[in-house]
Design a protein around this ligand. Structure first.
Ligand code: SIN
Length: 532
């Protein structure tokens, strides 16, 4: 018998948990499907913190301006105002729900990150902000009897009937077979696609499945060419790139090249706190100049006591690699970190498919434009997760759960299981091509070569997961080739200038040529914003 619920939420990061709570508070039954453990998400890994206007010397306009400047002309101003203004309310609510941000003498403490004009970043347990937020949200979600958390339930496909998303197909972890579940609405909160690249700060689950599934279901994707590379990932041979938070530079860490020279002054007056894309490209240039594979982060001017308290996780992780952050220079290089593009939504998380909502990194809401301001992503997941929940509730009042009419079952045959070994080698090859040809610096030639490699890979017989992965890589590459300028996280060495006429969004849809839109808000309907 088909499974039925009121709403399906895919993903258990900040956006998914917040959307689920919103839905459950209204009495709806919610199934939260997540492909690994509930705590396996980019949110859980977030170190630096969450940007929010709460300190006495800050205001919404300043936070909005910083976000718009970082976004390099592609932010949607209404989306940014929504993020900043509602963000403060939702963070206060998160504190009411038991989130323990770091305090001194009872007062919240704020740190500095690049391109923020104020110290406005809240953090928890020093550098484990995401983990603390997930803890508090999971505890809050567990108070709602109607939320059913389903870990290890990998969603493979969105089920669309009569142009409405009516459910999903997932791999049942107990039956070890595909199974369908139907609902009045589906909220996609599957996170980003950092794992498309050979070097990434993201957890292994960040493979962009939600973006690929939406594309195959007929939804529009926007701004896929904009990928953010974090400048300072710990660079240890054969180890995954562990993030060394930007907050370290906010607290005074400097960058040195292999000769020990502090080099950021040669590139930008804002030094180590210049926007991430500038710092990442400066590092690439420095590596080329010195013919080395790494630069170094130096925070040795701070005391061991301060560092152990302020960055306990980073301190311990570096120690594991025999590095004492109070004494040693830390080898770092850039790694993919955040996907600015994603499933196109309006300001209420509606996608271009009826019944399909989305929130968090999987989306392109217009909040981040061409480059995300540091620590705006947790805030986005919180605000737009709640909003997507509200919109799904309101829109679906007259929609039934319609499993009985679902007959398009033939596509089970699409599943073409590959051996794990082949799937891993496809993934490895795609990641290498993305890193080498569609990375921090791209050009027409490298992008065309990447596309032809992806075409080759696509000719082999692929599992759904591998097909999703290669398709997403192709979409990023096509969008990067289409945008004949440089802006924010997208840098073309053959088109290095930002060009006014290109202040438009790329739009990709299955079966159509890549197109553009001046604004992302395709359906500016409003739902009543019940105050938090
Ligand atoms: C960091 O801690 O450097 C990451 C923060 C972010 O990406 O927003």
């Amino acid at each position: 018998m088909a499974l039925e619920t009121d709403f399906i939420v895919i993903g258990s990061g900040i956006a998914g948990l917040r959307a689920s709570i919103e839905l459950a508070q209204a009495g709806a039954k919610v199934s939260v499907l997540t492909k690994s453990k509930t705590s396996d998400s980019n949110t859980e890994w977030a170190q630096g913190g969450v940007a929010v206007v709460l300190s006495d010397d800050d205001n919404a306009e300043l936070h909005e301006d910083d976000t718009l400047i970082a976004g390099a002309g592609l932010c949607d101003e209404e989306a940014v105002t929504t993020l900043v203004v509602e963000g403060t309310r939702y963070i206060k609510q998160l504190i009411d729900w038991g989130t323990e941000f770091d305090r001194e003498g009872g007062n919240l403490v704020f740190t500095q990150e690049a391109a923020h004009s104020r110290r406005r970043i809240l953090h928890a347990h020093g550098d484990s902000t995401g983990k603390e937020i997930v803890r508090a949200l999971v505890a809050r979600a567990r108070q709602e009897d109607s939320i059913n958390l389903l870990p290890f339930a990998h969603v493979e496909k969105l089920l669309v009937m009569d142009q409405r998303c009516v459910g999903v197909r997932f791999l049942d972890p107990i039956l070890k077979a595909p199974r369908d579940i139907f609902a009045r609405g589906v909220v996609l909160c599957t996170g980003g696609a950092g794992q498309l690249y050979q070097h990434s700060t993201n957890p292994p689950v960040a493979t962009g499945d939600g973006m690929a599934m939406s594309y195959f279901a007929g939804a529009e994707l926007a701004d896929m060419e904009f990928v953010q590379f974090h400048p300072t990932a710990l660079n240890i041979e054969n180890a995954p790139r562990f993030l060394l938070s930007e907050a370290m530079r906010g607290e005074g860490a400097v960058l040195r090249n292999a000769l020990g020279k502090r080099f950021m002054g040669d590139y930008d007056d804002r030094l180590e706190l210049a926007p991430r894309d500038i710092v990442s490209r400066s590092i690439v240039s420095e590596l080329r100049k010195t013919g080395t594979r790494t630069v170094f982060l130096d925070i040795t001017q701070k005391s061991e006591e301060f560092l152990r308290h302020r960055f306990p996780k980073i301190y311990e992780t570096c120690k594991y690699f025999d590095l004492d952050i109070s004494k040693d220079l830390l080898p770092v290089s850039p790694a993919s970190h955040y996907t600015m593009g994603g499933v196109r939504t309006d300001l209420w998380g509606r996608t271009t498919i009826t019944g399909l909502y989305a929130a968090g990194e999987v989306t392109c809401t217009g909040v981040h434009g061409a480059n995300r301001l540091a620590s705006n992503s947790l805030l986005e997941g919180l605000v737009f997760g709640a909003r997507a929940g509200k919109a799904a509730l309101q829109d679906s009042q007259n929609w039934a759960v319609d499993s009985g009419r679902w007959t398009a079952d033939t596509d089970r045959s699409e599943t073409n299981p590959q051996s794990d070994r082949i799937a891993t080698s496809v993934r490895k090859r795609v990641k290498r091509v993305m890193w080498e040809r569609v990375g921090i610096v791209r050009d027409e030639g490298s992008l065309k070569r990447a596309l032809s490699e992806f075409k080759q890979i696509s000719k082999s017989s692929l599992s759904n997961a591998s097909r999703n992965f290669v398709t997403l890589a192709k979409l990023v590459t096509e969008a990067a080739l289409w945008r004949e300028e440089s802006r924010g996280g997208h840098f073309r060495s053959d088109k290095p200038e930002q060009i006014e006429n290109w202040a438009i969004h790329s739009i990709q849809k299955r079966g159509a040529k890549i197109g553009s839109a001046e604004t992302l808000d395709f359906k500016p309907e409003k739902v009543i914003d019940r105050a938090v």
